[in-house]
Design a protein around this ligand. Structure first.
Ligand SMILES: [Zn+2]
Ligand SMILES: [Zn+2]
Length: 397
């Protein structure tokens, strides 16, 4: 393995400039979820140039590519990159600034996509030196429900051949470029949208005894639902329930007929998630009824929580230490944000890890989903080298 590690180091240096230019092209031409047509065409053109077999149009704009090493039937693993951008107007003044008004790669999916192309280049060059098959998933629509991952799985991406593991990475501005983070077990939360419509009887604000005030009912519901987190969730099971939307469209002297509230539920256990949905419904409906009103509950199921298989995550950490050194690899805390990589991880033992992209000294520290998000492009070398190294090690295992 030492020989191949040396080659991966050399190739990742050699292709860094190329990967940076791909990343800049994608950054300048971001596309929203399920509209990644130009992005997919760009990926496909470069895969064709590299003579890598691939199928386009998987779940609309997704691509599955296949790189066969020696003895391709022996084992298969998959690497995943998401391709979509966000509805944000970029504020960075950089040569590769978004040319699509109101659309920006503010979640680093340009980094993930260009990196996977770089990994493809490296693995295609080394295919005489490893056994097995590497599948590459270029996934649409991570940012928008129902997410591209489940749609690619339904379209057959995980079959013919079925990978033993899937590996994915995400940029992480909380870590400096050159570093990576891994966490075994539960890593990112499940996410569900909670929509409540409270109906009462509106009218003159001065005559409340003739009315059923949905504003008061909704206020009681928001407060009461917090007991699901504080009293009913197990203390060792992180749960967040936040309501960011509370629309009572009355006036100082007009009580409306209806109030709409909406929020998000995040947690890390499938059984508790279902139970929490049930309790939210019962509590909200019960409070509304007890006050003479009604509450309609609609829960939009989002992504499941991301579970990193402990053995696979331990290997990723070990391989990262071998390639980068122990001082460059950290353990990650739990994270309440969500990722549809979870659908792949629910299919086969998998690992989703983090790529440091910050540079404190150069002021590259903006968070994900902000209009000033950017990365230190030095991180792309770490990105392609590590993913290629993970692939060859996972196939050898
Ligand atoms: Zn995002
Ligand atoms: Zn993202």
């Amino acid at each position: 393995m030492d020989q191949i590690k040396k080659k991966i180091r050399v190739l990742s240096q050699q292709y860094l400039g190329q990967v940076i230019s791909w990343r800049r092209h994608l950054h300048a031409h971001p596309e929203l979820s399920m509209q990644e047509h130009q992005t997919a065409a760009f990926v496909s053109a470069h895969l064709t140039e590299m003579k890598i077999k691939h199928q386009t149009g998987i779940a609309e704009t997704g691509i599955v590519a296949i790189i066969e090493g020696r003895n391709p039937q022996k084992k298969t693993i998959a690497l995943r990159a998401d391709m979509d951008a966000l509805p944000i107007e970029e504020a960075n003044q950089v040569p590769y600034k978004s040319q699509n008004p109101g659309v920006m790669h503010a979640c680093g999916h340009d980094v993930h996509t260009s990196s996977l192309l770089g990994v493809a280049q490296i693995l295609a060059e080394l295919k005489g030196e490893f056994e097995g098959t590497v599948k590459l998933f270029f996934q649409p629509s991570e940012e928008r429900y129902p997410g591209g991952a489940i749609q690619m799985i339904r379209a057959g991406a995980m079959e013919n051949p079925r990978p033993a593991n899937v590996f994915g990475q995400h940029v992480y501005p909380e870590l400096e470029a050159g570093m990576v983070g891994v966490r075994a077990g539960e890593y990112m939360a499940s996410t569900d949208e909670i929509h409540l419509t409270i109906t009462g009887k509106g009218g003159h604000g001065a005559l409340p005894s003739r009315l059923i005030d949905p504003v008061l009912i909704a206020s009681h519901i928001v407060v009461a639902l917090q007991q699901i987190v504080s009293r009913q969730a197990s203390p060792d099971m992180p749960t967040v329930l936040s309501f960011g939307r509370f629309i009572a469209n009355g006036q100082t002297n007009i009580i409306p007929d209806q109030v709409k509230i909406a929020g998000t539920l995040r947690t890390f256990d499938e059984g508790w998630r279902q139970e929490a949905h049930r309790r939210i419904g019962t509590l909200a409906e019960g409070i509304a009824q007890s006050m003479g009103g009604q509450c309609k509950v609609f829960i939009d199921h989002g992504y499941p929580f991301v579970y990193n298989d402990p053995a696979v995550a331990a290997n990723v950490k070990k391989w990262a230490v071998e390639l980068l050194g122990a001082d460059k690899v950290v353990d990650l805390p739990l994270r309440m944000t969500a990722e549809d990589f979870s659908y792949f991880a629910n299919e086969v033992p998998s690992c989703f890890y983090r790529l440091g992209v910050a540079n404190q000294a150069r002021g590259i520290t903006s968070g994900l989903h902000t209009n000033t998000f950017d990365v230190d492009e030095k991180s792309l070398e770490t990105s392609i080298a590590l993913m290629a190294w993970i692939a060859v090690n996972a196939l050898a295992g």
